[in-house]
Design a protein around this ligand. Structure first.
Ligand code: RIB
Length: 306
């Protein structure tokens, strides 16, 4: 089954630091890299490396040719992408010695999608195929509405959270993918307790994936709940870990794997990702993920269901 990702693409400017720069502070970085990134691009690559047939839709600027090449090299179909004379989206990323990141975005061409382009692109797809979205482009709410009305499944990774999300027709989603910050924003809650239950109550027909970093992940679907622990690994750079989880998770749910196997696959893939620097370049291929899982390199991954 095909995935069509109306996905953001960013040029990632990555600075390695001991700790994040504080307000009012100026500091030297230890290293600097320019990488291919963007939650959309990373998720297309993760989904393709997992084994999905992926088409990426989106707009790059005059400086974004290498992002398209990166997608192509990962086996993603880019024939529906367009280019403009504006500048591409970019991200300023600090990666601390702890492996955590802090990301500042500039939307660029990611924020310049037009309704005409969306309609022309959606016309290429039929009922049952899946549209993937992140909250780094414009017109996200419109794409959800139009795609769902056409009978397409829609998965939204609601990252990063913005208040605009609360006005989107989230009840039309087949899958809502969030971390704790995004989940709390959507349910309008300050705390982190019971977030999945609150989302499930608000959107009972939608499958919900809540990723919890070192605390693993949880899923709600059709009245059932699942949880998985995380792999105990040393993180070098957590950038794109969530994107990797999303791409592999979609492989499992679109290819009839059990939820337990789907979660084991996605958890292992993102554990491999955090052990490498970079965004798109740190996403593993399926052969590697399967081998690590088979050999229980990261120990046993326990999936609970209730
Ligand atoms: O999820 C990681 C991504 O977030 C980075 O590649 C950066 O571009 C931002 O979009």
């Amino acid at each position: 089954m095909r995935i069509i990702n109306f996905g953001s693409l960013n040029i990632d400017y990555v600075y390695r630091v001991d700790q994040f720069v504080k307000p009012g502070e100026t500091k030297h970085s230890k290293s600097y890299m320019v990488n291919s990134g963007g939650k959309g691009l990373n998720q297309s690559i993760a989904a393709a490396r997992a084994g999905n047939e992926v088409l990426h839709a989106g707009l790059i600027g005059r400086d974004g040719g290498f992002l398209v090449e990166k997608l192509k090299m990962a086996g993603v179909d880019v024939s529906l992408m367009t280019q403009s004379e504006e500048v591409s989206g970019h991200a300023i990323i600090q990666v601390a010695d702890s492996g955590q990141n802090s990301i500042l975005l500039y939307g660029g061409t990611n924020q310049m999608l037009t309704e005409g382009y969306i309609e022309r692109t959606l016309a290429e797809f039929k009922s049952g195929e899946l549209v993937l979205l992140q909250n780094e482009t414009n017109l996200v709410g419109e794409i959800i509405g139009k795609a769902a009305d056409k009978g397409l499944m829609v998965a939204l990774n609601a990252a990063p959270y913005s208040m605009a999300l609360n006005a989107y027709p989230l009840e039309k989603l087949s899958w809502l993918i969030v971390n704790e910050v995004e989940a709390a924003g959507i349910v309008g809650d300050e705390g982190t307790d019971g977030l999945l239950e609150k989302l499930a109550k608000a959107y009972p027909e939608t499958g919900i994936l809540l990723t919890l970093g070192v605390n693993g992940a949880r899923v709600y679907q059709h009245g059932k709940h699942f949880s998985i622990n995380s792999c105990q690994v040393e993180a070098v750079d957590t950038t794109a870990a969530g994107d990797t989880f999303t791409g592999y998770f979609l492989y499992g749910v679109l290819n009839g794997l059990s939820m337990a196997d789907t979660l084991r696959l996605a958890t292992t893939a993102s554990a491999l990702c955090v052990q490498r620097p970079g965004a798109a370049d740190s996403i593993p291929v399926m052969a590697e993920v399967s081998q690590v899982l088979e050999n229980e390199v990261f120990g046993q991954l326990e999936v609970k269901q209730w």
